[in-house]
Design a protein around this ligand. Structure first.
Ligand code: ADP
Length: 462
């Protein structure tokens, strides 16, 4: 058909701009390692914040007793309790509930929000029974996963820097969110206390480490992305005050802010310029679930306009709206194995209101693949950068022995091609011998139990 003639060079250019051959991957991995070092040297030393988590005791499996976890990171929060039975019995029982946060509370005062959370947690605690039993004379301890930017000064404090993800709660910025929650629980006469404040990546690492001592890194690939890892205290020049005798601590990289040497296109630059945080979170904007669909949409608009993808210079009206094409949509289109690409046809029709011929559908799938491939491969290069940094500092720590990278997040979980590209890049970079020992493992919802385990590991009774 006529449009394929005009579309082909555009697709070729896109594939060229998004290409991640081995030298590009190597550069990204090296730059990630360098930026990590710079961020560990001084605060503000690099794009990577390299935040100290104050988590320096990892779960061992010996934890015992009843612990709670609270996960606040978006419009839902989850509460969970777990009864731990030590090395032999392990997790005796867990129970959890999900509570959605009423829209108006996202714009309420700090007290109103934390009162609501405390009250939901209190109601959940009242339903405790069965296999759950608190040790005599103890208060219920909580691991609090809080996925907004905070400045920690200990495992039990975190000053909120700012709300994100649509929250506009007044009166919390500059305050300690642990105190906010503890005070709300006190106001309601509850017998509960926060023992550990953790980021979701840190929770994931702890949750996976409980089952497997070889877990050294955790990565979240969901709406956004982040990674943390186990670092030697000696390798952190900016750590002036030691909180404990532990030789290790978990460092939260905040790697979404990485930006060095990424292969970017006009579509990425325009998306970034129109975003609410231009110039920030460039790695996140290239590899995470919130953005992959949007990048594809921008490519489609251009291909429609100048390539005649949908006939003439017709640009479907619906397709012009930012973020109408979501990452699960491009993922669904890539799963289509039918000869006529019927699923692609229906996604394009449902989302963009456009009728497509087979050749247009094939092009659309190629575009989705190009963007997912770049994202997955760059995520893989980032992981290798972290492993490389650890290995360079202590020879033999990572390479040549079994090392586990715990992965979580909807993008990693549900997008098989993305997952495949990520693994492929890791194998290319490390070579087949070393990569055999690097296990990239899905650790589903480990962060909830992880936070409870960190409450146990940091219990005020130990
Ligand atoms: P969050 O990161 O928002 O805390 P998740 O880890 O569950 O939550 O990730 C949700 C994200 O995962 C979505 O925003 C979307 O980008 C991505 N995702 C969800 N389902 C799919 C899917 N079927 N295919 C590809 N990506 C998906």
């Amino acid at each position: 058909t006529d449009h394929s003639l005009r579309v082909a060079p555009l697709l070729t250019k896109l594939q060229k701009d998004c290409a991640t051959p081995l030298p590009v991957l190597r550069h990204v991995a090296d730059a990630m390692a360098d930026d990590m070092r710079a961020g560990l040297a001084v605060d503000g030393g690099s794009d990577l914040k390299m935040i100290l988590s104050y988590v320096d005791t990892l779960p061992t499996g010996n934890e015992k007793g009843l612990f709670y976890a609270l996960d606040l990171g978006g419009t839902n929060f989850r509460v969970l309790r777990v009864q731990l039975g030590g090395k032999e019995e392990r997790v005796i029982a867990t129970e959890f509930e999900q509570v959605s946060i009423p829209q108006e509370l996202m714009f309420a005062t700090s007290e109103e929000l934390f009162d609501f959370i405390a009250s939901a947690l209190g109601k959940f605690a009242q339903k405790e029974g069965g296999n759950f039993e608190l040790q005599q004379g103890r208060t219920r301890e909580i691991g609090f996963t809080f996925s907004f930017p905070v400045k920690q000064a200990s495992i039990r404090t975190g000053i909120l820097i700012k709300w994100t993800k649509g929250f506009a709660v007044s009166g919390t910025a500059g305050k300690d969110v642990v105190a906010c929650l503890n005070e709300a629980m006190e106001r309601q006469g509850m017998d509960m206390q926060v023992s550990a404040l953790v980021n979701d990546t840190v929770g994931t690492l702890a949750g996976a480490r409980y089952w497997d001592d070889d877990v050294m890194v955790a990565v979240i690939l969901g709406t956004g992305t982040n990674a943390c890892y186990v670092e030697r205290v000696d390798a952190i020049p900016k750590m002036t005050k030691r909180m404990s005798k532990s030789p290790i601590t978990i460092v939260n990289t905040e790697w979404g802010a990485f930006s060095n040497g990424l292969p970017l296109t006009e579509f990425d630059r325009e998306m970034d310029a129109e975003s609410i945080n231009p110039g920030e979170q460039i790695f996140e904007k290239t590899i995470s679930g919130m953005y992959l669909g949007e990048i594809v949409r921008r490519v489609l608009v251009k291909m429609a306009k100048v390539g005649g993808l949908f006939g003439g210079s017709y640009v479907p009206e619906k397709l012009v709206t930012p973020f109408v094409l979501r990452t699960p949509d491009i993922c669904a289109m890539q799963q289509d194995t039918s000869r006529d690409l019927e699923a692609v046809e229906s996604v394009l029709y449902d989302v963009a209101g456009v009728k497509s011929d087979l050749s247009a559908r094939k092009t659309v799938v190629d575009i989705c693949d190009t963007i997912a491939k770049r994202g997955g491969r760059l995520a893989g290069a980032g992981i290798v950068g972290i492993l490389q940094k650890m290995e360079e500092d202590s020879k033999g720590l990572i390479f040549g022995k079994r090392t586990v990278v715990a992965m979580d997040g909807g993008l990693y979980e549900h997008y098989p091609q993305y997952r495949g590209y990520l693994q492929e890049a890791v194998t290319e970079l490390l070579g087949s011998e070393i990569s055999k020992n690097v296990m990239i493992e899905h650790s589903k919802d480990g962060s909830g139990i992880g936070a409870a385990l960190l409450a146990a590991a940091n219990s005020k009774y130990e």
